[in-house]
Design a protein around this ligand. Structure first.
Ligand SMILES: [Zn+2]
Length: 215
C-alpha cells in the first residue's frame, strides 16, 4: 500500500474502533486526517461496518474534493477550520458518546480531575456554545474555547477530539469518555476536586516532551 492508501485504511480501522467502543452509533460522527496539504475524511451516511478505504474523500485545505466519489462529512468545515487554527494537530475524531454527551447536554465543562486527562487532553475540557450540526458556527464556537486542549464538548450534541495523529485522537476520545464517566460518578458522592493548574501543566509537559514525544 502507498502512503495515501495507508491513511485511508487507518480511517476505516478507527471508524470501526469508535463504533465498537460505543463512541458513536450508526453513521454518526466523523474522522479525518491531515497529511501535508490534503485532508482525508469519512463520507456522509455510510455505516462504519460497511466503510471501505475507497469511500474516504480526499480534499485540499480549501475544501475542494481532489479524489473520491462520495460526499464528504457534513462537518467538513469544522475539520478544515480546526486544522487551520491548530498547526500541531493532524487528526480529528467527532463522537456522540453517552457520558461526554450527557455533560454536553448540561452545557458544562469537565474539570481536570484525573491525571491522564491532564496529560493527554491538556486539562479541563471546555463546552462550546450550541450550534446547529453542520453549520459554520460550530467551528467558531469550538475555536472560541479550545485554546491548546485536545477535546471540546459540543452543547447538546457530542464532542470533538484532536491528536497529532489518528492513534492519539482516538486515545483522546477514550480518555474523554472515561473522564466524563468518572466526573459523573464522582458527583454522586461529593464535589470532585480539580487538579491544580501547575500540576496539569507539569503533567502535560511530561507527556509531550518525555513520555510521548512525536518529534
Ligand atoms: Zn455530530
Amino acid at each position: 500500500m502507498n502512503e495515501m492508501e495507508l491513511l485511508k485504511a487507518d480511517i476505516v480501522k478507527y471508524g470501526k474502533k469508535i463504533k465498537s467502543a460505543n463512541l458513536v452509533s450508526g453513521t454518526w460522527g466523523n474522522i479525518s486526517i491531515r497529511h501535508g496539504d490534503k485532508i482525508y475524511i469519512t463520507p456522509c451516511g455510510i455505516d462504519y461496518d460497511n466503510l471501505l478505504p475507497e469511500d474516504i474523500v480526499t480534499l485540499n485545505l480549501e475544501g475542494k474534493v481532489i479524489d473520491g466519489t462520495k460526499k464528504p462529512s457534513t462537518e467538513l468545515n469544522t475539520h478544515i477550520e480546526l486544522y487551520k487554527f491548530r498547526e500541531d494537530i493532524n487528526s480529528i475524531i467527532h463522537i456522540h458518546s453517552i457520558y461526554a454527551t450527557s455533560i454536553a447536554a448540561a452545557r458544562k465543562n469537565i474539570p481536570a480531575i484525573v491525571d491522564d486527562m491532564a496529560m493527554i487532553i491538556g486539562g479541563e475540557v471546555p463546552c462550546a456554545k450550541y450550534a446547529f450540526p453542520g453549520s459554520k458556527t460550530i467551528a467558531q464556537n469550538i475555536i472560541e474555547v479550545i485554546e491548546n486542549k485536545n477535546a471540546v464538548l459540543l452543547s447538546n450534541h457530542g464532542a470533538i477530539c484532536l491528536g497529532r495523529d489518528i492513534e492519539e485522537a482516538f486515545l483522546v476520545c477514550e480518555i474523554l469518555e472515561k473522564s466524563a464517566q468518572i466526573y459523573l460518578f464522582s458527583t454522586q458522592i461529593g464535589i470532585p476536586k480539580p487538579l491544580a493548574m501547575e500540576e496539569v501543566e507539569k503533567m502535560r509537559d511530561v507527556y509531550l516532551n518525555i513520555y510521548n514525544s512525536k518529534e
